[in-house]
Design a protein around this ligand. Sequence first.
Ligand code: NDP
Length: 308
Amino acid sequence: MPADPVLTFHDLESWSRPGTSLAVLGHPIKHSISPAMHNAALTELAGHDGRFADWKYVRFEIHPNDLPPALEHLHAKGFRGINLTVPHKIIAFDHVAEVDAATKPVGAVNTLLWTPGGWRGFNTDGYGLAAAVWETLQLDLAGADIVLLGAGGAARGAAVECLQRGCASLWIANRTRENLDALLRILMPLAGQIPMRGFTPTEVPTNLPPGALVINATSAGLRDTDPLPIALESLPQPRAVFDMIYNPPETPLLRHAAQLRIPTANGLSMLVHQGAKALEVWTGVSANLTAGTMAAAVRAAQGKRTGT
Ligand code: NDP
């Protein structure tokens, strides 16, 4: 059997493993590098602390229709923690016993912690974004003017994080006006005094401040043939471009930014930091202590994928 087999709902029904188990659920899940990342950190932790010697992180391919029973099985079988990826983050929000206060406005959970009364839900993506923007671009979301591209689940989490951290202003661009307006309505109560405005990428407001940090939270760029989510020349002197996508490592948007000599970063560091924060939720070990090992593991996994 491969080191990180893709397990199924059927495997879950018959699951029996001594030791502490963690899992990621997704559909599809076969490209996930989360098992490599978390198991590298767990091996490292076990070297210092015997408590973690029997911990293992596995992956399950779970169809969205099977998510509610899968979460029940995982709880009954005593899994310590769960990560959720596409398309489960929003669905799972309604199937947890309680949600961490900071996560409630996000409306989506990516990390679950076993408690006797049911799953407790968290979302570590916002933390991952803030930590990654700091690590890769040396920029703080607090006090920054932000142009956020997208109005889906990732954009909502990013917008909540930017507002909760006190960005200077938030400008959200999305292709479909209806989805943009729905997101703005959700965010309005959180914005308080922070100026927030939405626009479609072809109608950039003239009062947009220069030097904004551009964050791509659209899925445009997953394929090399995807259109640019925005023409960067239409923005006044963007300070940097952060793309949440990490595979491919260089999206058309990042290439476009590099041609304009704008500093760039892809989403690999975000993947690492959201993962390190999730591991902190399950183990109590600070994310700062495991992020380095996780980063090395994802770089190795990414290298295998691209043959570098
Ligand atoms: P959703 O499906 O919820 O949202 C997709 C968004 O992308 C929508 O705003 C949609 O706009 C927009 N979009 C899709 N195709 C295009 C296109 N061709 N041109 C312009 N806009 C487009 O996805 P998520 O929010 O869950 O994920 C978005 C991205 O973020 C994904 O690529 C995902 O991999 C990445 N991500 C990375 C993470 C990390 O750790 N690095 C964590 C979480 C997400 P419209 O409303 O017009 O349809």
